[in-house]
Write a protein that binds this ligand. Structure first.
Ligand code: ADP
Length: 611
């Protein structure tokens, strides 16, 4: 067993103790008392039988009272701890999901945007879903190891006298020889090892299945299937193109890990079944050997008849306990590979330099932003998508960023909001590099409506306020300003969006979603408001309307509009024309039209459509 596997498992147990200490202590004590319980019966029934054999009435009474008192006490204690444990068991999954979700929320944006991080995250999820691999298995291993250790320790304590008590019949005195005890123990050890060997073989098979990707992929098929068939958005396609038959086929064939034709189902009928039979065979042989040895010693007069049950039961427990320990060790080894993936994800460092300067809350909103020789390429890419951008911009003005799709407009905004840091050059706020500001405070000066904005399946007011503290009047005002009437919604601002969280939820159109996203930006009331082209949801006329409306709404604030439709932005004080990651032109609509440049060319081309 590799040291690393133990180290990573210990780290996980420590994490569990830190996360839910009451639970882990209850689990430990509960397991102790549950393990002790059968031994109370084993121990006292032996003593009672021995007392009955010699007809000692006082002794019988004393043993009986002690028996009942201890049995009742241990039963009560194990029940209490088990209840605490049950309660936490229910929340275990929730704790894990929260751990992974919190990590995702705390990641730097560029990591969240990174395909590798998502692959890691979905591996963690899928391993957990497939066989509880990862933290849940580490927890189960802890419980099983405790159980097995208690069984072995208590069993040893109760069976030592089996080997130390000498037989009275000289014909059987060879049973007292240490070599016999040694051989018997060795045989028992080998058999219990065999039991665990076969069980761990079964486990290995499952784990390999998960690790090699077949399982993961099969699991993905399974999740995909259940999500796809129940998604209302997919329903028209499923019906139009009769996708049902393909989907059913995938569900039934060997690609679905839980299907009756999956590899694992086939293996269960074959090799895995064989391993199970062999493990049962080995444990039956083990029991037979224990009975034989104990009976032989009793027959030769080594102890009274009552102790017979005690020895058989406690030795059986020891060896089954040992078998369990081997199994746990094997499982710790297999699970280590999965825990490694869990920690690869949980240990992703936060690379972004978190500054300490506070962003002054200026009442006069007098901010100035400057891009100084900024170039940028996305991580894992060699291509610069912004090239040597230099540009100064004062708050209070309306700025438009226009350019073809893919010219770098959104990337420019992502840099401005520090979702990424420039690869070269710097961005300054009032003359200071934005990296030096506290990240959360810096973000607070921007209200953003991204192209692919997301709304929650929560209440309308939760979406607009995006906070646990909600100013309802302000929510209503923001919604009205954004061009929607809150009264139109069934439960006004308490209406749930979408159907995920409430059957009463409303399905909203793309245009409405857009307006709610704008209301959210208005509610935030930040000095900068940025609107990235809402092309997906809106036709050109509505887009132009929203931009012009917003222009009136934002009043003295700074607004930055991004679009590839020039007509939406012609009212702006300043227009930057992006082309291939560079600022091609800069000026007002009228200035730019006077020049024979890209703007004029694009304007002429688009005007043909819209005017
Ligand atoms: P625009 O907003 O003008 O349509 P973008 O800023 O979205 O343009 O994209 C500029 C270029 O950067 C495009 O070529 C796009 O393919 C690339 N790009 C955008 N996002 C990523 C990313 N996360 N990783 C790698 N390349 C990206």
């Amino acid at each position: 067993m590799k040291f690393e596997a133990i180290k990573i498992t210990l780290r996980t147990w420590k994490l569990l103790f830190k996360r839910t200490p009451i639970y882990m202590v209850a689990l430990t004590l509960g397991t102790l008392f549950t393990s002790l319980l059968p031994y109370v019966t084993i121990y006292f029934s032996a003593r009672l039988l021995n007392a009955i054999v010699i007809f000692d009435e006082d002794l019988i009474k004393r043993e009986l009272v002690l028996f009942i008192a201890l049995e009742a006490l241990f039963r009560l204690l194990s029940f209490i701890f088990k209840r605490i444990q049950d309660f936490y068991d229910e929340t275990m999954y929730h704790h894990d999901m929260k751990l992974y979700a919190d990590k995702m929320l705390s990641l730097d944006y560029e990591d969240v945007d990174d395909q590798k991080v998502h692959a890691l995250y979905s591996d963690v999820m899928e391993n957990q879903r497939l066989g509880g691999y990862g933290i849940i298995t580490a927890y189960i291993n802890f419980e099983n190891l405790l159980k097995a250790s208690f069984d072995v320790l208590i069993g040893l304590f109760l069976s030592i006298s089996l080997f130390t008590s000498n037989v009275s019949d000289p014909a059987y005195s060879f049973l007292d020889a240490p070599i016999i005890a040694f051989l018997v123990v060795l045989a028992m050890l080998s058999l219990s090892f065999l039991v665990s060997f076969f069980v761990s073989k079964i486990e290995d098979e499952w784990a390999r299945y998960a690790k090699e990707g077949t399982g993961t992929l099969g699991n993905r098929y399974f999740s995909f299937f259940s999500k796809y068939v129940s998604d209302p958005a997919k329903a028209p396609d499923i019906r139009m193109y009769e996708q049902g038959s393909i989907l059913s086929k995938i569900f039934d064939d060997d690609r679905n890990i839980f299907g009756s034709n999956s590899l694992i189902a086939k293996k269960s009928r074959g090799i895995l079944g064989l391993y199970r039979v062999l493990s049962i065979l080995a444990s039956s042989l083990l029991s037979a050997l224990i009975y034989f040895f104990v009976l032989l010693k009793a027959y030769a007069g080594a102890f009274q008849i009552g102790s017979l049950t005690q020895y058989v039961a406690s030795i059986t427990k020891i060896f089954l306990g040992l078998a369990k320990m081997f199994e746990v060790l094997a499982s710790i080894k297999t699970n280590a590979a999965f825990l490694k993936i869990v920690y690869q994800y949980l240990d992703i460092p936060s690379k972004k330099y978190r500054g300490s300067l506070t962003t002054e809350k200026r009442l006069d909103n007098d901010y100035e932003i400057e891009f100084r020789n900024v170039s940028f390429k996305y991580p894992d890419s060699d291509r610069y998508v912004l090239k040597n951008i230099s540009f100064k911009f004062k708050v209070g003005k309306k700025l438009a960023i226009v350019g073809k799709n893919g010219s770098g407009k959104t990337t420019f905004i992502k840099l401005l909001c520090r979702l990424y840091d420039p690869s070269k050059g710097e961005i300054l706020l009032n003359g200071i590099d934005i990296k030096k500001y506290r990240y959360d405070e810096y973000l607070a000066i921007f209200s953003l409506v991204f192209q692919d904005f997301k709304l929650f399946s929560f209440k309308l007011k939760d979406n607009v306020a995006a906070n646990t503290m909600i100013d309802e009047e302000k929510v209503r005002m923001s919604i009205i300003k954004a061009g929607l009437d809150p009264k139109k919604f069934k439960d006004e601002i308490d209406t749930y969006l979408y159907k995920d969280m409430s059957d009463d939820g409303v399905l909203i159109s793309g245009g409405e979603a857009q307006k709610i996203a704008i209301a959210r930006a208005l509610y935030k009331d930040a000095p900068f408001i940025i609107l990235d082209e809402p092309t997906a949801a809106l036709d050109p006329i509505s887009e132009a309307e929203i931009y012009e409306r917003l222009n009136e709404l934002v009043e003295d604030k700074t607004a930055i509009y991004i679009s590839h439709r020039l007509s939406s932005c012609k009212f702006c004080d300043e227009i930057i024309v992006f082309d291939d990651g560079m600022i091609k032109e800069f000026g007002t609509h009228h200035d730019l039209l006077k020049r024979d440049g890209l703007y004029k060319e694009m304007w002429a081309a688009q005007a043909a459509y819209y005017h």
